[in-house]
Design a binder for this molecule. Structure first.
Ligand code: PEP
Ligand code: MN
Length: 459
């Protein structure tokens, strides 16, 4: 990350063992928590996390907040992407590299379309905890605890693997640390070079299935050559800021990594730069909203189709009482068939209140269906229809479409249906890898970037 020098030195001393404000959530109802409270292993894991170094620095988090403030004003665009659920096993150099590469490729296309900076953020280096609609899973005549993400239990369908094991929190920390280390190395060490990323995009365009995007790809190519001819400083374009984000679901983990910033004496959750609250845990009086109201990071909240304008205003008052620029992001996930009715009243209430948030579309979580052969999937056309609805609503209301939140991977998996070079459900048996929700594969992700770029160019 390129940061002001003082920021790298700031912040992140360990916090006090207990703090009345930071621990108020413990008295509130916390949904989706593991059943390991009270065990000696749990106490040991939490104590260990409390002694480990922070994963991010408060100064970096502040820089991100200022970038998000620009997105709220329509002067930047957020691209947030990665796995539904990261796994320990898949935290390999190749997998991390292909995801970072795909996000960088998407970002170049979006930057050209938007003609403004794109904030690059992974659902990476900490996206290990999953909310579930059921506590258990039944296969045949066997019922076991549901998989809740590698930070809680294992995906393998055996009693041993599905036990909630608090030592996994420590492993999640170390896996996040090594993932973030590699991301920092790539994005600071030359892998984010604009000319390199552009050459990858040209490789993608060599597939005739994408001829629809040739004009835009050609324009980007000419723009890069124009910059070259003008003697642009490509050295300066070798590095990229890249931020880490995850759903702040497991409050023990988030609390243990919350530290006092030595510059300001205020608490930052140092498990990631940006944390979001999921659709299932966003009750106003619940533990998640309370805890995240106490830390200084930029915060996201997922909003599903049952959200009212008043819900949105209540969340703003609780999470952003000072109306701090860049503090709050609303990530709407309505479903393609609902967004055009469900989003306007929420946007209107927020707009009329004078509050400013970053409006981000998550076109994945409202569009999950089951394929005929029994896989959880999403159709590319539904996903794109929700994106179109998002842009249409904001254009009609005079508000700012500030970002895109997607479940994607850099690998050639088959999990979502369709796209110009279509994925078919017969490919699922061989190429479906996700342990949770279906992700766009490498090519579908890039195709989406081209389509969103067109919307950004014409908004
Ligand atoms: C997710 O982002 O993986 C998720 C569970 O989303 P939501 O809270 O919007 O359902
Ligand atoms: Mn998901």
């Amino acid at each position: 990350m390129s940061l002001p020098v003082h920021a790298t030195l700031a912040g992140t001393q360990s916090g006090p063992a207990t703090d009345p404000a930071l621990d108020a959530w413990r008295q509130l109802s916390a949904k989706q928590q593991p059943s390991w409270q009270g065990s000696p292993e749990h106490a040991r894991a939490v104590a260990e996390l409390g002694t480990l170094p922070p994963l991010v620095f408060a100064g970096e988090v502040d820089v991100l907040k200022s970038r998000l403030a620009a997105a709220a004003r329509g002067e930047a665009f957020l691209l947030q992407g990665g796995d539904c659920a990261e796994t320990f096993e898949a935290a390999t150099a190749d997998r991390i590299q292909s995801r970072v590469k795909t996000i960088l490729q998407m970002a170049v296309v979006l930057t050209y379309g938007a003609q403004m900076p794109v904030i690059k953020m992974g659902r990476m280096a900490g996206q290990f905890a999953k909310p579930r609609s059921s506590d258990s899973e039944t296969r045949g005549d066997v019922t076991l605890p549901a998989f809740r993400g590698d930070i809680v239990n294992g995906y393998e369908f055996t009693p041993e693997s599905r036990v909630h094991n608090p030592a996994r929190m420590v492993q999640a920390y170390h896996t996040s640390a090594s993932t973030l280390n590699l991301i920092r190395a790539f994005t600071q060490g030359g892998f984010a070079d604009l000319r390199l990323v552009h050459s990858w995009n040209q490789g993608f365009m060599s597939n005739p299935a994408y001829h629809e995007y040739e004009q835009l790809a050609g324009e980007i190519d000419r723009a890069v050559h124009f910059m070259e001819a003008c003697g642009a400083d490509f050295e300066a374009l070798k590095r990229a800021e890249f931020y880490a984000s995850h759903e702040a679901l497991l409050l023990d983990y988030e609390r243990a990594l919350t530290r006092t910033d030595s510059r300001t004496g205020t608490p930052y959750d140092t498990s990631g730069h940006f944390l979001w609250i999921g659709e299932r845990t966003r009750e106003l009086d619940g533990a998640h909203v309370d805890f995240l109201s106490k830390v200084r990071n930029p915060i996201g909240v997922k909003l599903g189709p049952t959200t009212t304008g008043q819900d949105a205003l209540d969340l703003i008052n609780k999470l952003d009482p000072d109306r701090e620029p860049g503090r709050l992001t609303f990530i709407t996930r309505m479903g393609a068939s609902k967004i055009r009715e469900a989003l306007p009243p929420i946007v209107q209430a927020v707009r009329d209140s004078g509050a400013q948030v970053v409006w981000v579309t998550d076109p994945m979580h409202g569009n999950t269906v089951t394929s005929q052969n029994g896989y959880k999937t999403r159709r590319f056309e539904d996903v794109m229809d929700e994106v179109r609805g998002f842009f249409d609503v904001h254009r009609a209301m005079g508000t700012v479409p500030g970002g895109l939140h997607v479940e994607m991977t850099g690998d050639d998996v088959a999990e979502c249906l369709g796209g110009a070079d279509p994925i078919r459900e017969e490919q699922f048996d061989e190429l479906y890898e996700s342990v949770c929700d279906p992700r766009l594969n490498h090519a579908q992700s890039l195709e989406m970037a081209f389509l969103v770029a067109e919307h950004l160019a014409h908004r």
